[in-house]
Unconditional design. Structure first.
Lengths: 337, 337
């Protein structure tokens, strides 16, 4: 197994991305880690290592960088020597089995579509991630790859989410819900309503109807489908609230000597809670629908967070994700293809 | 001061709404509470009381009910004898100073616009609510009144949110942000980008640019503006996560004797945290932009929650909200009117 890592992406320091890659490489010796990026961003961090003696690490230099502010179309056309482009190309040319980047999401999607192409039957990639919920995990998609989805896109996302959940969680008929502003059928945005009508006709998708924002954490569905605009807001809002809760806990227990003592006693339990809430522990979202594995890391994740994103890529390789998706999507969407 | 309460709305039991109203009436003797609803939904809950001796409670019977599944246009045209219609009419005819309902949001907005009319310069009402954040409170709007806002609507929401925040929090130039999927200017949905360009031109609105979902809780702005579709998802997702965190805390401390003991010690602090997170404590959203005070309560709030919504109506009356809004909006939006 070989994973290409774009070390230039995001608002993140390359040093942290490389540290995460080195940790992964030392723990999974059978996985080849290839760092892709500017020489001056990689070399200083590897100079202390004797690379000749570490069999599962190598580098690929790139002299361009896709900036967070680059338009996707510009990144695609004018940055063919960028670390992002080269990392994805590794997957397209079968030199790597997956790539991980914390760079510009729009560019990642545009370059991914161009180099890897879409799985037949899927028009657009969707970003999917498992989120903790009362009874386990809930797969939410799209998390920001697409702004302005039509009903057909949403149906394809539902099919892909269902197949992924089936494959990873082993749930025979995952419950699939559509994110909406109300549970009654008349509410919601026009395309979401049309998608609901279409999903009811699909006997291979276990569509349970509309789910409101609070349903994400209450295990109302195994897969929740929405436009990338709404999904991104839901995800980021959750991250913000989780961070806020952690701050409130720290503050509440830091107020005075008594609460400090209480905090000390309760520390192990609170620490476990903090771990459960930490966005880093759920970092690494898959660009589903591409003919290859591309994992998007949060642009502001820590070493732990980026490590988690590499683990997601590793899991997707083991599950042969694009092959499973290709085989199942025709079966699920049927005559729509 | 007089507040009309629609006791029929929402998925809620009328008994809870009436209990909340009775509690408020007993605490604020100078405020007149008028229950509006079906006789059979009100009378049983008041029969134990000697109404003649309670000067600040009375009733107004309505023989129709706006259902959660009613289309707003139908509710407006065919349910003129509904509790919702009569409660809002109380405000229009100046028989009440505000009304509170937990019913169908779309219908509340449609009937509100029809009976109360809009403040000059504002095309659509927006639902606004203060949400807890690291440094105080953040006003988020729209929370679900409008699906599909154009740039002009968003600018009007920004102006109204800024005026409300100024009036309630006493902040001279509240920081106003636009909710978006990325902080870079090129990202986001088309109307949000246009709204950003328009807001930059307004010297009476302290526009700070785009804010992502996590910024809501991190005090990046005092007022955050978005489409009702996105705002509703952000709010409901937060409510779901807050509930999930409370469940996790209870579970973590309930695991074994040791953690139970730790939980007991930490209980007062955790209870305070739970109170801070409880959506009920932030219940009661104002339909901003109407020429009168209409407060929307969450359809599934408890007695405490509905009580909180009545308190919001009470606050808005004391602040003479519609008058302040009318006076300030022209000044803020200036030549746009």
């Amino acid at each position: 197994m070989r994973i290409a890592i774009d070390v230039m992406g995001g608002d993140q320091d390359s040093a942290e991305i490389i540290a995460a890659g080195l940790r992964f490489a030392s723990e999974f010796e059978q996985v080849q880690i290839r760092f892709v990026g500017r020489q001056e961003s990689i070399q200083p961090h590897l100079s202390a290592l004797n690379l000749a003696s570490i069999a599962n690490i190598d580098v690929l230099y790139a002299d361009q960088v896709v900036e967070m502010s680059d338009r996707p179309s510009l990144a695609l056309r004018q940055k063919k020597r960028s670390s992002m482009h080269l990392a994805i190309k590794q997957v397209a040319s079968n030199e790597s089995d997956a790539c991980v980047s914390s760079g510009n999401t729009g560019a990642l999607m545009a370059i991914g579509r161009h180099l890897l192409r879409m799985i037949p039957g899927v028009d657009r990639p969707a970003i999917i991630k498992a989120i903790p919920s009362t009874k386990g995990r809930c797969y939410l998609l799209d998390l920001g790859a697409n702004i302005g989805c039509d009903a057909e896109n949403l149906v394809q996302f539902a099919a892909m989410g269902s197949i992924l959940c089936q494959s990873i969680e082993g749930i025979a008929a995952p419950k699939v819900g559509l994110l909406n502003v109300g549970e009654e059928e008349i509410k919601g945005e026009a395309e979401v309503r049309i998608a609901a009508d279409l999903l009811k006709e699909h006997d291979k998708i276990n569509f349970i109807g509309f789910v409101e924002g609070d349903g994400i954490y209450q295990s109302e569905a195994d897969v929740i489908v929405c436009d990338g605009w709404v999904g991104n807001v839901a995800l980021k809002t959750s991250e913000g609230l989780a961070k806020f809760v952690s701050q409130m806990i720290a503050e509440a227990f830091g107020e005075n000597i008594l609460t400090k003592a209480q905090g000390l006693v309760a520390y192990p339990v609170l620490e476990k809670l903090n771990q459960q809430l930490r966005p880093d522990n759920y970092n690494g979202a898959i660009l589903l629908g591409l003919n290859g594995i591309v994992v998007k890391s949060h642009g502001r994740s820590t070493i732990d967070g980026f490590y988690q994103a590499i683990c997601e890529a590793h899991k997707a390789i083991k599950q042969q994700l694009p092959d499973v998706m290709k085989e199942s999507i025709e079966d699920v969407l049927g005559s729509d293809l």
